[in-house]
Design a protein around this ligand. Structure first.
Ligand code: AMP
Length: 187
């Protein structure tokens, strides 16, 4: 199964995606985590990405495509994978579509986690990651609205969008995700 999670920062993508990946037995590919790791390891991509992460801006498409492109080619991704935080721009979505088309491996669903802005701000303030300070949070929400939220329509038009209410406790949201995923599961 190949799925992508779409949602603003603080919507719960990372937590829910990790749990679903364990349940489905497929890798959880978090583009943000890959970038943070690249920064920690001081790789070429890491050095080029660092300032964008710090400011809450999206890193340029070529960088993220390089890192994700390599990862999905790895052996453990053969049976599927869950994408968390990728694609985040229309350019990335088009690149992913091309990649999947070449392999005749369609995306099973794009899961959109919907959480109102006030709730997002509350959650992000409580989280305390390096890029969770006020101004950076604001910038990340702007990046989501301007660059990522158009993907909701992109995937709706392709018939793979599943919208999930992301408000409530973790287990309740996870149950909604599971129900949605069961409906799209291919034999
Ligand atoms: P996340 O952990 O998904 O919130 O991502 C943290 C940061 O990594 C974002 O604020 C961006 O700077 C960067 N990032 C993660 N995924 C992408 C992506 N698909 N495209 C561009 N930048 C990304």
């Amino acid at each position: 199964m190949r799925l992508t999670f779409i949602g603003p920062p603080g919507a719960g993508k990372g937590t829910q995606c990790a749990r679903l990946a364990r349940e489905l037995g497929v890798p959880h590919l978090s583009s943000g985590e890959m970038l943070r790791q690249a920064v920690r390891q001081n790789t070429n991509v890491g050095r080029l990405s660092e300032d964008y992460l710090r400011q809450g801006l999206l890193v340029p498409d070529p960088l993220i495509l390089e890192i994700i492109g390599k990862r999905v080619e790895e052996e453990d991704c053969r049976g599927g994978y869950l994408l968390d935080g990728f694609p985040r721009t229309e350019g990335q979505a088009v690149a992913l579509d091309e990649f999947l088309r070449e392999r005749q491996e369609p995306l099973d669903a794009a899961l959109e986690l919907v959480v109102p802005q006030a709730e997002l701000l509350r959650r992000l303030a409580a989280r305390g990651r390096d890029d969770d300070q006020q101004e950076v949070i604001r910038q990340r929400l702007v990046a989501y609205d301007e660059q990522t939220s158009p993907l909701v329509q992109y995937y709706r038009e392709r018939g793979v969008l599943r919208t999930i209410d992301g408000v409530g406790d973790l287990d309740a949201v996870y149950e909604r995700i599971l129900r949605s995923v069961r409906r799209v599961a291919r034999p």
